[in-house]
Design a protein around this ligand. Structure first.
Ligand code: CMC
Length: 389
């Protein structure tokens, strides 16, 4: 059936039809349902973008209010999940815990699980969008040995997340509006990115008929790798390893050396070979957050700014079109806000959940086949089992 093509990395293979997101990597274009990402980042907000991705159109003000209300109805998680969380080691990586918690949602929420019923799929989407920040903040609080803070539904999505992360029962906590705005931008800019590795994983898992929580959990595992969502964490680890502006040249040489596997984290992109339109917005938000904090002299941030400058000028990076990507700036913003590095990819997973669930829903709504790639076999030819040894 069909012609066999060998395409490692799926560089030239279209796996599905989709009406959600359009990317033109050469032109630096990213559109969600036709709307340019920069316009969404400027005029929209995360929950409105979620609505757009899921339903295909921007909501009316009444639809938006209802959507937000429904998201708020689902922010709590079953209290038993707290016990499940406590089974993990305190020093476990929060991504490891998130994979477990999200997968476990299918054990805690067993109603409305008929994937062929559009209403059930919608409820699964709401549950995921609403509960991801709660679960993420639970992981963080657990790693700190602090009590879980329950969601506060009078706050916005981004404010509520920062509240659950940083508030304690002992004192009043006021969410900084510049930080909440920056978080909302991070959520919008990470909401979807068509058939990247994690979204393709969600579709592949979903193509077997697996439940949505299990599929999203599979997406989280794929996102975890440093070549994908783990890049924002890897950026900060790299900046710490460089340690001082005086050592930048040494690391630049390492990055250029073909015998050295080291790469500059947060630079380059599989699809954007000119510029990443998300990075442009993130860069501005990054400057706003640093100005708010008066932290422009932070040593790691100084290294980051210098690296950015070198990569934009050095012929090695210019010729290969290796520009700072969205993860380069989002990592710096989150570090400045006080979010620990180990939570960066969790926040990417939270933001991308709407993209994953929208793609899953799109696939299940239409005709689809189980994903089953072929292979190029390079092993032994048939041989007989040795009966005499
Ligand atoms: N530092 C140094 N050299 C690099 C880098 C880098 N970050 N990225 C690519 N190159 C070189 C690479 O060695 C190759 O050189 P040559 O042609 O001389 O052999 C050339 O640039 C092309 O690289 P490639 O590996 O063919 O490019 P790719 O499209 O397969 O990889 C990438 C894209 C993002 C995996 C890669 O650029 C990379 O590893 N970047 C660092 C990790 C990172 O920041 N990842 C986040 C991606 S954006 C978030 C997301 O969408 O998930």
């Amino acid at each position: 059936h069909g012609v066999f093509t060998y395409d490692p990395g799926f560089m030239a293979t279209g796996s599905c039809e989709s009406a959600i997101t359009y990317i033109d990597g050469d032109a630096g274009v990213l559109l969600h349902r036709g709307y340019p990402i920069a316009q969404l980042a400027e005029h929209s907000d995360y929950l409105e973008t979620c609505y757009l991705l899921l339903y295909g159109e921007l909501p009316s003000s009444e639809q938006k209010a209802n959507f937000i209300e429904t998201v708020k109805n689902h922010t709590m998680v079953s209290e038993s999940m707290q016990k499940f969380l406590e089974g993990f080691r305190h020093d476990a990586h929060p991504m490891a815990i998130m994979v477990g918690l999200v997968s476990a949602l299918s054990a805690f929420y067993q109603d409305h699980m008929d994937i062929n019923d559009p209403e059930h799929r919608e409820i699964a989407a709401f549950r995921l969008i609403s509960k991801m920040p709660t679960l993420a903040a639970m992981c963080f609080k657990y790693s700190k040995g602090q009590p879980t803070m329950y969601p506060r539904n009078e706050l916005s999505y981004a404010e509520n997340f920062l509240y659950m992360m940083f508030a304690t029962p002992c004192e009043d906590y006021k969410v900084n509006p510049v930080f909440a705005n920056a978080m909302d931008k991070i959520f919008v800019l990470h909401a979807d990115h068509e058939q990247n590795a994690s979204t393709s994983t969600v579709r592949l898992a979903g193509s077997s008929g697996a439940n949505p929580f299990a599929c999203i959990s599979a997406g989280i595992t794929t996102l975890w790798g440093p070549a994908h969502g783990g890049a924002n964490e890897a950026v900060l680890t790299m900046l710490e390893e460089i340690g001082d502006v005086s050592r930048i040249d040494e690391f630049i040489e390492k990055a250029k050396d073909k015998n050295d596997p080291f790469r500059l984290m947060g630079f380059g992109h599989r699809v954007y070979k000119n510029f990443d339109p998300r990075a442009k917005v993130m860069r501005e938000t990054c400057d706003q957050v640093l100005a708010e904090l008066g932290q422009a002299n932070d040593p790691l941030l100084k290294i980051a700014k210098r690296l950015e400058q070198i990569a934009l000028e050095d012929p090695y990076f210019v010729e290969r079109k290796l520009y700072p990507n969205v993860d380069f700036y989002s990592g710096i913003i989150m570090k400045a806000i006080g979010i620990p590095t180990s939570m960066f990819t969790v926040i990417f997973a939270m933001s991308r959940t709407i993209g994953w669930i929208s793609h899953w829903n799109e696939m299940i709504s239409g005709p689809y086949k189980i994903g089953r790639p072929r292979q190029l076999y390079v092993g032994k030819t048939e041989r007989d089992y040795p009966t005499e040894k």
